[in-house]
Write a protein that binds this ligand. Sequence first.
Ligand SMILES: Cc1ncc(COP(=O)(O)O)c(C=O)c1O
Length: 336
Amino acid sequence: MLIAEAWQPAFVGEGVVRYYSLARHALIEALRLAGVRPGSRVLLPEYLCRDLLAPLHLLGAVSRWYAVAPDMQPATASAEWPAADVVLAVNYFGFPQDLRPFQAYAERTGAVVIEDNAHGYLSRDQAGQWLGCRTGLGVFSLRKTMRIPDGGALWVCAAYTARELPAQVAFDGAGVNPAQSTKARLRGLPVVGELAYRLSTALARTLRKWRTGSDIPGADPDSEQMLPAAANPWAGLMPALARGAAPAEIERRRAAYLRCAVVGEQVGAVPVFASLPPHCAPYAYAFRGDAAALAGMQRHAARHGFDLVSWPDLPREIVCRAPAHYRNVFLVNFLW
Ligand SMILES: Cc1ncc(COP(=O)(O)O)c(C=O)c1O
């Protein structure tokens, strides 16, 4: 039996990790460690979920933006990016972001690079380096790649541990989203758990569609200002990570991706990434396509118990000027 406190995920290495309920709490701490104060400028990709603005808002920081190309890399050379104190590099969907433009920007301006690896737990780059551990500060949303009620993490390199890194907050579940823990309890029921979970999810979506016209939760108007839960992670987080970290999970996601890629080719979906790099543990198959491609991928997703969603819920400031390629990405999400 694994002792939760003694076990650490492999990516931790020489660094130190603090666990939270959400990656947004980890981002708040990463920004603090990067020296962010009221008025600091944080450079973000325009292609981003609006929720990520809350950590900036809570610290009194201001957002600056760089454009993102259809292949998820920055659309302009880093020499053209606006001045900022911190810059965020995102490993979209678990695929390694090329960090060279970010490093060039940091060298030129002195900005701190934070690696947003919310989507990339268990994923590595072509050199075999764990995503989220390639700059001094990395942020993870563990709950996005594992079916757990909550879980985020901050990875910091040794240089930061010498500075003020707060103690681990208690694993007492104060931050657990009640809907997620109900779902986890349902799924944990012997024999009928999986069926009960799927039926209750389908019922909740049908009711939501009937009430709001959409089967996915609507944008929360406060999400750019507030965090929905306390920072304390779920008590079961470490045992769940210990159970799920096997190479089999990486292989499962890679196999799911490759199957989606084959189906995608048949139904006319255009993958956002041209290939699946070695060591990459994707969080989802990201694609663009017409209604037929969408319907084909939807059928495939349903057959395998995967969700198909559009991503992201863009920040208010970006949505009005977003190019088409920010609005037409769909994900077959490999959580199951
Ligand atoms: C790129 C990225 N970073 C961070 C987050 C925040 O993760 P969490 O919901 O765990 O706070 C998200 C969530 O949507 C995300 O997509």
